[in-house]
Design a protein around this ligand. Structure first.
Ligand SMILES: C[S@@+](CC[C@H](N)C(=O)[O-])C[C@H]1O[C@@H](n2cnc3c(N)ncnc32)[C@H](O)[C@@H]1O
Length: 207
């Protein structure tokens, strides 16, 4: 995937900043998981995983494909004062470096649209999900108001922003993700689709 890493991080810090704590609170509300091991897949600068670590006792792996993102995430771990509980891990979501059933909570925002083989990636994520574990994976902006504010600004930077967003997190994507999850062999899941975003919650029943 082509990405200007420093430009993306500037936008994340300056424009997207308010969405991360809001989504972190929504993750807790939805999954009720506040301790154990968490991974933020395709974390970028790590702002979602860090926001979640701040308000829970979770041990968080900030996971990304790009070394440049890992470097930014490492700086942010220091900035958030979370070095004891949060680490930056380099890798590919299609081949996760975690043991079977070892992750209690797998979160991810805005990354799955770039995964080359979503079926393989979801199969892999389900493999590492612990008994009682949950995912919160998708894309969104926290609230419809924030989405509208960010869209107004992003349209000036990227002409196709609104169309891209519709394609990624619009109503039709729910059906597409249902097919992907079925192909990945995941039976227990729900997909929340609202004006603020789309989120896939997969579950592995407690032992
Ligand atoms: C649009 S950014 C979102 C970053 C962050 N989650 C956020 O919301 O600020 C997408 C991220 O996914 C990462 N990514 C893309 N494909 C990946 C893969 N196969 N495995 C791990 N990370 C991946 C990219 O390097 C990038 O940092």
């Amino acid at each position: 995937m082509e990405m200007n890493v420093s430009e993306f991080d500037k936008v994340a810090r300056e424009l997207f900043a308010p969405i991360y704590p809001i989504i972190a609170a929504q993750i807790i509300q939805k999954t009720k998981i506040t301790e154990g091991a968490c991974v933020d897949l395709g974390c970028g600068g790590g702002y979602l995983g860090l926001s979640l670590a701040r308000i829970t006792n979770l041990t968080v792996h900030l996971f990304d494909l790009l070394p440049e993102m890992q470097e930014i995430a490492e700086k942010n771990i220091e900035e958030y004062n979370l070095a004891g509980r949060v680490t930056a891990v380099l890798g590919d979501v299609h081949a996760l470096p975690f043991g079977d059933q070892s992750i209690d909570l797998a979160i991810s925002r805005g990354s799955l649209f770039f995964w080359k083989d979503q079926v393989k990636a979801f199969r892999e994520i389900y493999r590492v999900l612990a008994p009682g574990g949950r995912t919160f994976i998708g894309g969104g902006f926290g609230t419809p108001e924030l989405k509208a504010q960010i869209t107004a600004r992003m349209k000036q930077k990227e002409r196709n922003w609104e169309d891209t967003l519709k394609e990624r997190i619009g109503k039709t994507s729910k059906e597409r993700f249902c097919t992907v999850l079925a192909q990945a062999g995941v039976a227990d899941f729900s997909i929340d689709c609202s004006d603020a975003g789309i989120w896939i919650v997969m579950r592995r029943e407690a032992a």
